[in-house]
Design a protein around this ligand. Structure first.
Ligand code: DGL
Length: 260
């Protein structure tokens, strides 16, 4: 069966994965997409591995019931804890997102790299395997306690956010990092605030663009790119307050509440 005209499905524990969706949409504007924000269950980062797997299965089934031809796991926590199980249980290609430690570790000149991610990502086997490949580099790991909750609560530019960011980034600045890896798909929305705290010499990197490129590559290799000229549909679902998702995707698109 030709599924090339079917949508790309993306899910995250909440609204953060829209940072990945934006890159996918930019690179593949002719593709329909369905984005699923499981905000009711955010944050995933504090949950045990099995719960993250169960929620990832539930999200995947939701997207497959709507015909998605490929699933982008737009969440580092879900990828690092559940991608193996997802690939073993569903007959559809999965694209995962992992913290961009590799480019940071390769390009650092100060030999110090900061990573901000959830507890679930930093404690995962997959992440620790990746980091163990760069023993010569000082990797400063910091759990972004509270950041996802503030973003999901629509408090991106709050004083609370500023205080937390300073607390997490100042020790990294003292350790002389020249790369900050954003290991959670929510965090690119914090880049403007981070930029004000970090010295200019620090480069902030996230995984949005590489994930979009990989999605295109996989679709191409499986002959699944949508080459039909058609009206493109980008659908956004959330099981929490649609206003927060709406504020982040802008007025060109519509966020819909759905119970799941
Ligand atoms: N956005 C998710 C990530 O990339 C997780 C946030 C959370 O639910 O803890 O890790």
């Amino acid at each position: 069966m030709d599924t090339s005209k079917n949508p790309i499905g993306l899910f995250d524990s909440g609204i953060g994965g829209t940072s990945i969706w934006k890159e996918v949409h930019r690179l593949l504007p002719n593709e329909d997409t369905i984005y699923l924000a499981d905000s009711k269950n955010a944050p995933y980062g504090l949950r045990p591995k099995q719960e993250i797997i169960d929620l990832s299965f539930k999200n995947t089934k939701f997207l497959l019931e709507r015909g998605c031809k490929i699933i982008v796991v737009a969440c580092n926590t879900a990828t690092t804890n559940a991608i193996k199980e997802l690939r073993a249980n569903f007959n559809v290609p999965f694209i995962g997102i992992e913290p961009a430690i590799k480019p940071a570790a390769i390009h650092t000149k100060t030999n110090a790299v900061g990573i901000l991610a959830t507890k679930g990502t930093l404690s995962s086997e997959l992440f620790n395997q990746t980091v163990s490949g760069f023993t010569g580099v000082n990797v400063i790991e910091q759990v972004g306690h509270g950041l996802v909750e503030l973003i999901e609560g629509g408090k991106l530019e709050s004083t609370e956010m500023q205080i937390l960011l300073e607390e997490y980034l100042n020790p990294m600045i003292e350790a002389n990092i020249d790369y900050l890896v954003l290991g959670c798909s929510h965090y690119p929305y914090l880049a403007p605030q981070m930029r004000k705290i970090l010295p200019e010499s620090v480069t902030i990197i996230d995984s949005g663009k590489p994930v979009a490129k990989q999605t295109k590559k996989v679709l191409q290799s499986m002959d699944l790119l949508n080459t039909d000229l058609h009206e493109v549909y980008n659908t956004f679902y959330t099981n929490a307050d649609a206003h927060v998702l709406q504020s982040i995707i802008g007025t060109k698109f519509t966020a819909e509440h759905i119970d799941f």
